[in-house]
Ligand binder design. Structure first.
Ligand code: PLP
Length: 430
């Protein structure tokens, strides 16, 4: 068999997986150690044919996977390996370029700068920002806070008590103290905290628990006055700004020093792809640029290794380019709008039933809700154990709450209505 034959088989496998994924149990039911026990203890001595590996993928690996590309995956933030993104990953591996410097692969760097400019336009960000891609928002935030620390060392990082824990981790990694700021009744960070010894403030647009939006314009004004770096974590909700009616969520971000949005969350780009923009690229450059003899800079070119922690850099721009081109702004807007519509629909079903309540505002595609009398942690576990849906629980002010997050390109109204039926059936069986 040639590579071409194997590639056709792989493409066929991927296409039929997408066709049948909705019939598979969303969450895996294996117990710890079960998958390992089915795998050989040692690697093969002789090369094995692709068909054998594919068979083991089906028989041994697939039952142990949770299907994040399932249309009824509603846990954490639902994501999509969209078709353009899947095709792009194949091409990225075939090209296998490392875009650490401009010289290492000029078109890869220039495409990255171009798609970041394109995406910035789609989100209504100011023109002329420096943008580049990191693997995850965790890394993007490390990069932003490293730049902030370079400007103002030894201070604290202020962020909402609802901030994603990756921000606290980044602060810890950089030797900065994290100071949580209280949220108001709507889970938005208060803007009136004392801003002493600050290196940076992190505002979140779309918090992990409730998708609340921190008051970026007020925080931007305070940060400007105090000369403090403002980083905006819009990892999930920033993508909503492709729809003009949702662009309010990025109000004030034109005054932020840096902003991260994850196309691998709600912009249909396969894991991983995190986009980071800054209006102060010189601070990132000063924090990260080291030029060893073997990587001399090219005149008039940008070396993206100088803007973040990693030297080796995947050609992620190719998949973002393909997603932007093959959906077009119109296609992306339509998907985001549909997900928001489905979330509103789900919330209206919950609100119409007196046994349930919506637990927080739901401006995007994620709804926090709970049953008034049943144990909601247990309910989320039982609903997920049906294999029909995957929902995860969290706690809001200590009260167990279920989240339904919509973000998969294949999710339909029928899937959302089915989720509601499964939850109600499980609740009445309690
Ligand atoms: N910020 C927010 C608001 C998140 O919800 C998450 C993850 O869910 C992150 C940051 C971290 O993202 P990543 O997994 O890309 O590091």
């Amino acid at each position: 068999m040639t590579f071409r034959d194997d590639a056709l088989q792989a493409a066929d496998w991927a296409a039929s997986y997408l066709d049948r994924v909705r019939d598979l149990p969303v969450a895996s039911a294996v117990s710890p150690g079960q998958v390992r026990a089915a795998l050989p203890d040692a690697p093969p001595e002789q090369p094995e044919p692709f068909a054998d590996v594919l068979r083991d993928l089906d028989e041994k690996i697939l039952p142990g996977l949770t299907h994040w590309n399932h249309p009824r995956f509603f846990a954490w933030f639902a994501i999509s390996g969209s078709e353009p993104g899947i095709l792009a990953e194949l091409l990225i591996a075939a090209l296998n370029v490392n875009c650490m410097t401009w010289l290492a692969s000029p078109a890869a760097t220039e495409l990255e700068l171009t798609v970041l400019d394109w995406l910035g336009q789609l989100l209504g960000l100011p023109r002329g920002l420096h943008g580049h891609i990191e693997d995850t928002a965790s890394t993007s935030t490390v990069a932003a806070l490293a730049a902030a620390r370079h400007v103002r060392p030894d201070g604290a990082v202020y962020a909402s008590e609802h901030v994603n824990f990756s921000v606290e981790k980044a602060a810890r990694l950089l030797g900065l103290e994290y100071r949580p700021v209280e949220v108001d009744d709507l889970y938005c960070m208060r803007a009136d905290f004392p801003l002493d010894d600050a290196t940076a403030v992190v505002a979140t647009v779309g918090t992990t628990a409730t998708t609340s939006v921190d008051p970026v314009p007020e925080l931007a004004a305070r940060c400007e006055e105090a000369g403090v770096w403002l980083h905006v974590d819009a990892a999930y909700a920033g993508s909503a700004a492709v729809a003009p009616e949702l662009r309010w969520c990025l109000d004030g971000c034109d005054r932020a020093d840096s902003i991260v949005v994850n196309p691998h969350k709600w912009l249909f780009t396969p894991m991983d792809c995190s986009t980071l923009w800054t209006r102060r690229p010189e601070a990132l450059h000063e924090a990260f640029a080291l030029v060893p003899d073997y990587l001399a800079a090219t005149a008039n070119a940008v070396d993206l290794k100088d803007y973040g922690p990693a030297l080796g850099r995947r050609f992620r721009a190719l998949k973002l380019w393909m997603v932007l081109r093959m959906y077009g702004a119109e296609g992306l807007r339509a998907l985001v709008r549909e997900h928001v519509r489905l979330a509103q629909l789900f919330a209206s079903l919950v609100e119409a039933d007196g046994d349930w309540e919506v637990a927080a505002p739901h401006p995007f595609s994620t709804v926090c809700f709970r049953h008034r009398t049943v144990d909601n942690d247990d309910l989320a576990r039982r609903a997920t154990a049906t294999g029909e849906i995957f929902v995860a629980a969290t706690r809001l002010r200590g009260v167990p709450t279920i989240r339904l997050a919509i973000g998969n390109v294949r999710t339909t109204e029928e899937d959302v209505r089915r989720a509601w039926e499964v939850l109600r059936t499980c609740a009445s069986a309690a």
